[in-house]
Design a protein around this ligand. Structure first.
Ligand code: UTP
Length: 297
């Protein structure tokens, strides 16, 4: 049986250029869907999957992210004094235990693979999860939890996978499928950002991974891949040739690409419509906007 996964790496050292000028001073991961920062969704998903150690790979300008996890005793006291217990509960649910989070710097944004490699000393010789907070997944059972349960049966390496249109393969790591039956897909290769005509399938890797320490050894080579970056996909694919199995996991849920403006807006609308306190007003507004827009055409 596979070893228990208790550590997760959150690579958050990217520049977030698609959200400039906002990301000039606000880390992308602190941007909010309704009223919760992107990173909070990732932390809640990690906790549900049994993660107890949270390792952030950060860079210059990310101190707001570190502060976000601090307790805020003054605010808590104020809310308690005013009897605002709901808000107090909301706030306390975001508190992290002392020692549960670690921050490692990636001094140069050399790619996702390099960011993960930066955390190698904190991982040691254990399997670990990698979660990209940009990818927010709405699901009844949180995506990483689904994967941990599947991983307990398979071991090896596991990546979250979903079908994308062929004209979008060049934005993803794409799986070369050996055996495609059910949720767990046996993989024989992975290609980072292939053109549609070169893509071995339309099954794309998205930002949830469960990996063995061998991937970190592969990253020691610091080989550059697509776009001149050190790619995580390449290091995982290398494991296949070393005899370590790699599985794609077709998760149940809806993934929003919150690293893009369109995806972020879609997630905002979707998460707001799921809220009892916002649904009615927002859907009324959306209907009226759509009706007016159609009438104007
Ligand atoms: P992205 O490709 O979305 O890059 O990285 P980015 O810099 O965050 O955003 P854009 O494209 O400039 O708008 C995917 C994930 O990998 C992390 C990012 O922080 C993000 O979570 N990453 C990427 C690193 O931590 N280090 C890197 O060198 C590259």
């Amino acid at each position: 049986m596979a070893r228990k996964v208790t550590k997760a790496i959150f690579p958050v050292a990217g520049l977030g250029t698609r959200f400039l000028p906002a990301t000039k001073s606000v880390p992308k991961e602190i941007m909010t869907l309704v009223d919760r920062p992107l990173v909070q969704y990732a932390i809640d998903e990690a906790r549900a999957a049994g993660i107890t150690e949270f390792i952030f790979v950060t860079s210059r300008g990310k101190s707001a992210l570190e502060d976000y996890f601090d307790h805020n005793p003054i605010l808590e006291q104020e809310l308690r004094a005013k009897g605002k217990n709901d808000l107090l509960e909301t706030l306390e649910a975001t508190n992290m235990e002392s020692g549960a989070t670690a921050y490692i710097r990636q001094y140069k944004a050399l790619g996702l693979g390099h960011a993960v490699w930066c955390a190698r000393r904190l991982i040691g010789d254990e399997p670990f999860a990698v979660m990209l907070p940009d990818d927010v997944i709405a699901a009844d059972k949180p995506c990483l939890q689904q994967m941990v349960e599947a991983y307990e049966e398979t071991g090896g390496n596991m990546v979250a996978a979903m079908e994308v249109p062929f004209d979008k393969t060049s934005a993803y790591g794409i799986l070369d499928v050996a055996e495609n039956s059910g949720d767990v897909i046996r993989v024989r290769g992975m290609v980072e950002k292939p053109k549609a005509e070169e893509a071995p399938s339309n099954l794309a890797v998205i930002g949830r991974y469960i990996l063995g320490p061998s991937v970190l050894y592969n990253l020691n080579q610091k080989r550059k891949g697509s776009g001149g970056e050190i790619q995580l996909t390449d290091a995982i694919a290398e494991d296949i040739s070393n005899g370590v199995p790699v599985f794609g996991y077709r998760f149940d849920g809806t993934r929003f690409d919150c690293g893009s403006k369109a995806g972020f807006l879609q997630a905002t609308v979707s998460f707001a419509l799921a809220r009892d306190d916002l649904r009615d007003d927002l859907s009324q507004y959306l209907h009226s906007v759509i009706a007016t827009d159609r009438a104007a055409q």
